[in-house]
Design a protein around this ligand. Structure first.
Ligand SMILES: Cc1cc2nc3c(=O)[nH]c(=O)nc-3n(C[C@H](O)[C@H](O)[C@H](O)COP(=O)(O)O)c2cc1C
Length: 115
C-alpha cells in the first residue's frame, strides 16, 4: 500500500473527502483514526494523508493526539486536509506547534474554497 488515508469524521464530510482521495489515488488504504488511535499504528508507507474537520477554528482533540503519535521516516510525506463549515480559522497553526516539538516542518499550505 503506497498511501494510508487516516480520517476522523463527526457527520461524514471528512469521510466523504477521504474516500474521494482514496479512489483518486488508487493503491491507498482508508483507516478510521477513532478505531486505531489506541493501538500501535503501522505508519509505514510512502504517503500519509490525514483528513479531519475543523473544530472551533482548530483541531479536534483526537487529531492533536494522532499527529503527536505519527512516526515516519524522512522519505514519507504527510498531508493534512481539513474540511470546515466556512470559518476555518487556522488549524494548521496548531499542527505546526505539534510538529515543531517533533522537529518537523510544514512545507506548503493551500486553501481551497468550493463555492
Ligand atoms: C464541535 C464542532 C465545531 C466546529 N467548529 C468549526 C469552526 O470553527 N469553523 C468551521 O468552519 N466549521 C466548524 N465546524 C463545522 C465542521 O468543521 C464541518 O461541518 C466539517 O465539514 C464537519 O466534518 P465531518 O462531517 O467530517 O465531521 C464545527 C463542527 C463541530 C461539530
Amino acid at each position: 500500500m503506497k498511501t494510508k488515508v487516516f480520517y476522523f469524521t463527526g457527520t461524514g464530510n471528512s469521510l466523504y473527502a477521504a474516500k474521494q482521495i482514496v479512489q483518486n489515488l488508487g493503491d491507498a488504504e482508508l483507516i478510521s483514526i477513532s478505531k486505531v488511535i489506541d493501538t500501535d499504528i503501522d505508519f509505514s508507507c510512502e504517503k500519509i494523508v490525514i483528513v479531519f474537520p475543523v473544530y472551533l477554528w482548530g483541531l479536534p482533540n483526537i487529531i492533536s493526539e494522532f499527529i503527536k503519535k505519527i512516526k515516519v521516516p524522512n522519505t514519507t510525506s504527510v498531508y493534512a486536509i481539513a474540511t470546515n463549515g466556512g470559518l476555518a480559522g487556522d488549524p494548521h497553526k496548531y499542527i505546526k506547534e505539534i510538529l515543531k516539538k517533533k522537529r518537523w516542518y510544514i512545507i506548503r499550505r493551500i486553501s481551497y474554497l468550493d463555492a
